[in-house]
Design a protein around this ligand. Structure first.
Ligand SMILES: [Zn+2]
Length: 102
């Protein structure tokens, strides 16, 4: 997880490292307060997902998203590559907000 232009952090406990991306995420990683928060009600057994661009500015290797949500963005490359109308729909870390100037 990116916390500055030159720093990434590893998550602990380790299972947090396996949370996948979704364009319709149910959790948010607050890298300022180091907490994971729910973005909506999460059903028992539902996979936890977060929005990679919420903590990544520009990824070295983007990927084609297969989340199958209605609002799937397709190619995910980081917040720097998202149009303004998409940016309005998501919550971002303080670092990404600073990069976006919001
Ligand atoms: Zn998607």
């Amino acid at each position: 997880m990116q916390i500055s232009d030159r720093e990434h952090i590893m998550l602990a406990p380790e299972y947090l490292q396996y949370i996948n991306h979704s364009c319709n995420p149910n959790v948010f990683f607050d890298t300022t307060n180091m907490v994971v928060t729910a973005l909506r009600n999460i059903e028992i057994g539902e996979e936890l997902t977060f929005f990679y661009p919420s903590i990544e500015w520009s990824m070295d290797r983007g990927f084609s998203c297969l989340c199958h949500s209605e609002n799937c963005l397709g190619n995910i490359q980081g917040a720097a590559h998202l149009p303004p109308d998409v940016l309005k729909k998501y919550k971002f870390s303080d670092y990404i907000k600073q990069k976006l100037g919001i």
